[in-house]
Design a protein around this ligand. Sequence first.
Ligand code: ACO
Ligand code: ZN
Length: 226
Amino acid sequence: REYKDQLIIDAGQKHFGAVACKSCGMIYTAANPEDEMQHVQHHQRYLERLRYVGWKKERVVAEYLDGKIILVLPDDPKYALKKVEELLELVDNELGYQQAALSNASRSKTYMFISNEKKIVGCLIAENIKQAFRVLSDPAEQKMSKTHELFEHQRAWYCSTKPEEAICGISRIWVFSLMRRKDIASRMVDTLRNTFTYGTCLSKNEIAMSDPTPDGKLFATSYCGT
Ligand code: ACO
Ligand code: ZN
């Protein structure tokens, strides 16, 4: 009996050679030279892109004990827009969006969560919208209402056919893999609601997420409390 338990524990601890890098988050097989090479290449490029050196004229829109949120607007200096572009490339790559240019790039607002270690650990890109189709999460609701399937980026969601009014669309939301479930996405959306439209706080119903991933859907469901 003891022997059997021991076997199970061993198998669990070894993880069959797969390790996750504690700074870039990449999962690779340490014993495999090819995998290790790929990791070294990915590691530096990735961390370079997430490095935030700090700008003289940064727009801080929220401050916390573990970091701050800065906002970049379309008319900001080139160096800021270049950083956003680089970050977007990384995020789109992770989300599996291929060359999915922003529908509204010249008017989108980018929020970046910067950790105390000067690393970009979260980003949110928002644009003005007029209407949105609510994603129906409940299978019963999907069957009952007239729905249409949305096939985009190989993901299918059942959406309501009835457009609902919305003001702000989240076209991207992303948090660094090793920093998830620390309320970073929630705090970025809170900040977005407080700062997107000058002088007002948007309600949860006035914001919508475009084409959410499974992670995005779980987050949105929890955030909106539905
Ligand atoms: N599984 C289950 N519940 C979740 C998950 C998850 N993966 N992520 C968030 N939630 C829920 C939880 O209830 C969580 O509260 P809890 O941690 O106390 O249980 C609550 O949402 C709040 O989560 P946050 O900590 O604020 O979210 P986080 O900072 O981890 O970021 C995000 C969520 C952005 C979806 C992150 O998982 C991510 O970057 N994923 C990969 C990229 C992605 O898929 N982004 C969405 C694309 S859709 C779009 O961009 C329009
Ligand atoms: Zn690494």
